[in-house]
Design a binder for this molecule. Structure first.
Ligand SMILES: Cc1cc2nc3c(=O)[nH]c(=O)nc-3n(C[C@H](O)[C@H](O)[C@H](O)COP(=O)(O)OP(=O)(O)OC[C@H]3O[C@@H](n4cnc5c(N)ncnc54)[C@H](O)[C@@H]3O)c2cc1C
Ligand code: SF4
Length: 331
């Protein structure tokens, strides 16, 4: 592992000031992803600015009935918070579907959002990977890509990348229309979660729209008055990343879909909001046929790879099954 400096700051503004002058520095949350990547030589920061104890570890009420989640809240505490379990069950379920109890105790809300892809070529410095070493190619495109993306990939050119975003929590937050609050060298700003993560485009090295030195301080959750749930399909029952996952919320009145939120995990470089499926569903009868038609509307854009075509029917089935379950709850 390369040598680096470890810094602690007095407050968030001081942490931001410390990193502003360090183009190759990084914030350190729980370290459960970043330190692993440093050991592998994938991440090589000169300086780590530890923000785990600095970022708020509180969940507080917002005046509109929503919640503010401090960036330092451990994943385990957030999943256990009674307000989250009762008012945002999709979020508690997504958190509990991720990693392991020990990791969730250590991992922070801010760090979870910014964890990097688990593509095996990205984490192996001897392999070609446009995300880790721009211009070297994408080993996964013709290699091992069973658990890679089926939507929104860049399939040719120097930006080629077919990786997926690994976070379960982020999928639920996307369906909840969460807003990310950041503090940077130029002050504070708010970013809708839907605008935080980015598709590979022509530069897969950038996962997000954050600028260098911007610290995530909190997440705001607007109130939710729909039944919601998270489902995750994976190769084994725990300690595995999603093959496909879904965060869904649904309102059904008189047998008709009045409101629906759908976000998918394991299918793209970002958590994937299923706008086409949502639009196809509103005003339709809450039936298996409508749910399948909505899933098909979303998946019409899918471009699966040689070994992950199975994700298309898997996603379709997951959408239908989850919406049927929610229809029961909504009724
Ligand atoms: C074996 C294993 C299995 C896992 N399984 C799952 C799973 O199934 N589902 C899942 O969702 N996750 C899974 N995880 C990932 C785990 O959830 C993440 O590693 C964790 O959430 C990252 O949080 P952290 O606080 O440790 O982040 P760190 O590792 O400290 O940081 C991650 C990134 O965020 C940046 N960062 C941290 N805090 C801030 C901040 N406040 N502002 C700006 N930047 C910041 C860091 O610079 C770094 O780039 C797994 C991890 C492991 C090791
Ligand atoms: S899919 Fe993306 S992360 Fe994986 S090898 Fe290709 S460029 Fe790298």
């Amino acid at each position: 592992m390369r040598e680096f400096r470890y810094e602690r700051a007095a407050d968030p503004a001081a942490a931001v000031a410390l990193l502003a002058d360090e183009p190759h520095g990084a914030f350190l949350g729980g370290g459960t992803n970043l330190v692993d990547l440093m050991k592998l030589g994938v991440a090589t920061p000169d300086v780590l600015v530890d923000v785990r104890e600095l970022a708020s570890r509180e969940v507080t009420e917002l005046p509109d009935g929503g919640l503010r989640i401090g960036a330092g809240v451990p994943n385990a505490d957030l999943a256990a918070d009674r307000r989250v379990r009762e008012r945002f069950p999709v979020l508690a379920q997504a958190l509990l579907a991720g990693a392991s109890g020990q990791l969730r105790n250590r991992a922070t809300t801010g760090g979870n959002l910014l964890q990097r892809t688990r593509c095996g070529y990205f984490t192996d410095v001897t392999r070609p990977c446009n995300k880790r070493s721009p211009g070297t190619g994408c080993g996964a495109l013709e290699g091992v890509h069973r658990n890679h993306a089926i939507l929104g990939q860049t399939l040719e050119g120097p930006g080629t990348c077919v990786a997926t975003h690994p976070s379960d929590m982020a999928v639920a937050l996307l369906a909840l229309d969460a807003v990310v609050r950041v503090l940077g060298p130029d002050g504070e700003r708010s970013i809708p979660l839907a605008e935080l993560h980015r598709l590979p485009g022509d530069d897969p090295s950038r996962d997000t729209t954050l600028r260098h030195g911007e610290l995530i301080t909190a997440l705001d959750l607007p109130p939710l008055d729909l039944p919601s749930r998270y489902r995750k399909v994976r190769d084994r029952a725990s300690f595995a990343f999603a093959l496909v996952s879904i965060a869904a919320a649904l309102r059904v009145e008189d047998g008709v879909v009045r409101e629906v939120r759908l976000a998918l995990g394991g299918v793209a470089h970002t958590p994937w909001r299923s706008r086409a499926a949502e639009q196809a569903l509103v005003g339709q009868p809450a039936t298996e046929e409508s749910f399948a038609a909505a899933a098909d509307a979303e998946l019409a854009a899918a471009t699966p790879l040689r070994d992950n075509t199975f994700k298309v029917p898997l996603t379709r089935n997951l959408v239908v099954r989850t919406l049927l379950e929610l229809t029961g709850a909504a009724a």
